[in-house]
Design a protein around this ligand. Structure first.
Ligand code: PMP
Length: 366
């Protein structure tokens, strides 16, 4: 080997300085601040563990996997099962390593890196982050005073900018509300580009645009298993026209859903009665927590169709730290603008919710 010229020695800094994409340099990584607390109501996860018999089946079936082999690249069995559950053809279903990955695939396929992405704000940050990483222009019209879609702004944007993708999270994160169906429908009708209705929380609202996907060629519906008990599996689903799925498949990494997730997801979905029961429990607890928050002096709680509630406190930062001191972790969204002094609490088990409500009263010195 030739001795290396000292002057040409590369350092991490020199590589970053000369070669890192300027787009990436300007980004901040998606980060979830980690704080040790026993009551964790910060991640919009399900609070319920797997029923023992289902957990045993998962262990048994994943134990037989040939982990020396690559997984089924098309996840045929799992997609067939999802097709049976949804009544949607499996050719119109594409899976992602979480719906996060699907957002990336959509932006890659539909903006070519330089197109336009609309995501009414405040909303889930990955639309923005994925779009910016690829070089897309991000347009973020504000929501109206009830956190619903502001149709004057949306109409103008669709007409003037003709966006390539519009992401509508309904129910929306972190506001919790589902958008009015007639407004979503009007946008689907107006838009020339793809409208992705992100239904990560639809199990808790009982409403879905999935039945309309076959009717509207520019509509795609995204779902996930993360909020209904299986965040650790990392499995997101997109339901769209078969032609759209065919194209998105070209930018999907091969084997993106690992064998263990494919198998475990199949087992839990084959035994899914407990999921609906857990969703019912969460929806019941959401009503109870909402009522308690609304009665708490100084707190403004926003109505929710999801498995979490956004609320405003007099001093969100102090409440957030006060809750941590009392061993309860929620999510602090305090920032200038619409989310000023806002916090988001995930609905937990009845015991966890009681612990949160007691800790909140303590943090507010009530
Ligand atoms: N969409 C929305 C609206 C979300 O809130 C989240 C999770 N925070 C996701 C998508 C991503 O979910 P996952 O990648 O776990 O499927």
């Amino acid at each position: 080997m030739k001795p290396r010229d000292k002057d040409s020695k590369k350092t991490v800094e020199s590589v970053l300085e000369s070669r890192l994409s300027g787009r990436v340099r300007g980004l901040s990584a998606y980060s979830v601040p980690h704080r040790e607390c026993s009551v964790r109501l910060d991640g919009n996860e399900s609070p319920f563990p797997l029923p023992t018999d289902v957990a045993e089946r998962v262990v048994q079936e994943t134990g037989h996997l040939e982990l020396n082999r690559y997984p089924d690249p098309e996840a045929h069995d799992l997609r067939a099962l999802l097709s049976g559950i949804s009544g949607f053809p499996s050719g119109g279903i594409i899976l992602g390593n979480g719906s996060d990955e699907i957002i990336g695939m959509l932006v890659t396929a539909f903006t070519g890196g330089t197109g336009k992405v609309v995501c009414p704000a405040p909303t889930f940050s990955m639309y923005r982050l994925s779009g910016l990483a690829l070089g897309a222009t991000i347009l973020e019209p504000g929501l109206d005073d009830r956190f619903d879609l502001d149709m004057a702004g949306m109409r103008a944007l669709v007409e003037e900018k003709d966006p390539d993708i519009i992401f509508l999270a309904s129910p929306n994160n972190p506001t919790g509300n589902a958008y009015s169906e007639d407004r979503i429908l009007e946008i689907i009708n107006l838009a020339g580009g793809l409208v992705v209705v992100d239904e990560a929380y639809a199990d808790f609202s009982g409403r879905s645009f999935l039945p309309l996907v076959r009717e509207y060629g520019n509509l795609a519906v995204m779902r996930t298993l993360s909020k209904i008990g299986f965040a650790g599996l990392r499995l997101g689903m997109l339901y769209a026209g078969e032609g759209i799925v065919h194209e998105i498949n070209k930018v999907r990494y091969p084997y993106n859903i690992n064998s263990v997730s494919q198998c475990a997801a199949r087992v839990v979905l084959e035994n899914r009665e407990f999921i609906a029961e857990n969703v019912r429990l969460v929806v019941g607890e959401r009503g109870r927590v909402f009522a308690a928050l609304s009665e708490t002096p100084g707190i403004e709680a926003f109505p929710s169709d999801a498995n979490f509630i956004l609320f405003r406190a007099p001093d969100a930062d102090a409440v957030f730290e006060g809750l941590i001191e009392r061993d309860v972790l929620i999510r602090n969204f305090n920032r200038p603008g619409r989310l000023e002094n806002c916090l988001r609490v995930t609905i937990g088990t009845p015991g966890e919710n009681d612990a949160f409500l007691a800790a909140l009263r303590g943090a507010l010195s009530l």
